[in-house]
Design a protein around this ligand. Structure first.
Ligand code: ATP
Length: 252
C-alpha cells in the first residue's frame, strides 16, 4: 500500500505533559482514513502533527519522525533540512471543526490566500476561485454575493468555502478535524458527498465523532485512546449492516 504520511516514534508533549506516546503509523494514499476515539484521546494533536501545527501552541515539545508525500517524493517534515512550516501546511491543507473565514468578503477569503501563498492574482485567481467554489457546489449560491462578508453566509456555506479556499491552493492531502461538527444534518450530508468525490483525487485523514459518518466515509480506521493508537482496521473488517455502529462504539 502507498502512504501519504508515515509517522515513526512520535511523542508530543505540552508543558511537559505527554499527549501522544511513541506513535508509529502509516496513512494510506487512497481512501479516507478516519481517526476515532474519545474526547482527549489525542486525535487532533495527531492530525496537527502531520502539518506541524502543534508547534504553534505554547509549551509544545515533539520527538520522532513524520514523513509526508508531496510531488512524487516522501520527505521528513521535522528537524534539520525540513521544508518551512508554511510550505508543509500548503501541502497538507487543514479544515477545522468550525468554519474559520476571515472577517472579509467571501471573494477576499478566496483570493487572499492564493495571492499570499501562491502569488496568483487577477483573472487567474478569479478563475480559480470560480472553479473551486463550483467544486464544492457553492458557486451558484454565492456568485451574486461575492462581495458580501463571508461571515454572513450559513455555517454550511462557510464550511464549504473553507474547503474551497484550501482546495484552491491545490494541496497534496487534506486533514479534516471533525469538518461537520458544527453543521446541521443537511449541510453535513453535502460535505460528506463532497468528501466522497474528493477522496478519488487526494488522500484524506479525518477526525470524526460520528460513527455513522465514519461508516459512510471511512476506508481505513485508527482508534485512539490515551494518546496511543490502540486499534487499526480496514473497511472490509467492519461487520455489515446495523452491527457496524455497535462494533465501532465498543471500540471507543
Ligand atoms: N495546545 C495544547 N496545549 C496544551 N494541551 C493540549 C493542547 N492541545 C491538546 N492538548 C491536550 O492533549 C490532549 C489531547 O487533546 P486532543 O485535542 O488531541 O484530543 P482529541 O482526541 O482530538 O479530543 P476531542 O475529541 O475532544 O477534540 C488533551 O488532554 C488536551 O488537553
Amino acid at each position: 500500500m502507498e502512504f501519504c504520511a508515515e509517522i515513526k516514534n512520535l511523542t508530543v508533549r505540552f508543558n511537559g505533559e505527554t499527549v501522544l506516546y511513541d506513535i508509529t503509523a502509516n496513512f494510506a494514499k487512497r481512501g479516507i482514513t478516519v481517526l476515532l476515539g474519545r474526547s482527549g484521546s489525542g486525535k487532533t494533536t495527531l492530525l496537527r502533527a502531520v502539518n506541524r501545527l502543534n508547534e504553534n501552541f505554547p509549551g509544545y515539545e515533539g520527538e520522532g519522525s513524520v514523513r509526508i508525500a508531496s510531488a512524487g517524493a516522501i520527505r521528513e517534515i521535522y528537524g534539520k533540512g525540513a521544508p518551512e512550516a508554511a510550505r508543509i501546511r500548503r501541502g497538507a491543507g487543514m479544515v477545522f471543526q468550525s468554519p474559520n473565514p476571515l472577517p472579509l468578503s467571501l471573494k477576499k477569503n478566496m483570493l487572499l490566500p492564493m495571492e499570499l501563498v501562491l502569488g496568483i492574482k487577477g483573472a487567474e485567481a478569479e478563475a480559480r476561485m470560480e472553479k473551486y467554489l463550483r467544486g464544492v457546489g457553492l458557486w451558484e449560491e454565492v456568485k451574486d454575493r461575492l462581495n458580501a462578508g463571508a461571515l454572513s453566509f450559513s455555517g454550511g456555506q462557510q464550511q464549504r468555502m473553507c474547503l474551497a479556499r484550501i482546495l484552491a491552493l491545490e494541496p497534496d492531502m487534506l486533514l479534516l478535524d471533525e469538518p461537520t461538527a458544527s453543521l446541521d444534518k443537511k449541510s453535513s450530508e453535502v460535505i460528506e458527498e463532497l468528501l466522497k468525490k474528493l477522496e478519488e483525487r487526494m488522500p484524506i485523514i479525518m477526525v470524526s465523532h460520528s460513527l455513522a459518518q465514519a461508516k459512510k466515509l471511512g476506508a481505513h480506521f485508527k482508534v485512539m485512546s490515551g494518546g496511543r493508537i490502540v486499534k487499526e482496521f480496514e473497511r472490509e473488517e467492519l461487520p455489515r449492516g446495523k452491527d457496524t455502529e455497535t462494533f465501532l462504539e465498543e471500540l471507543l
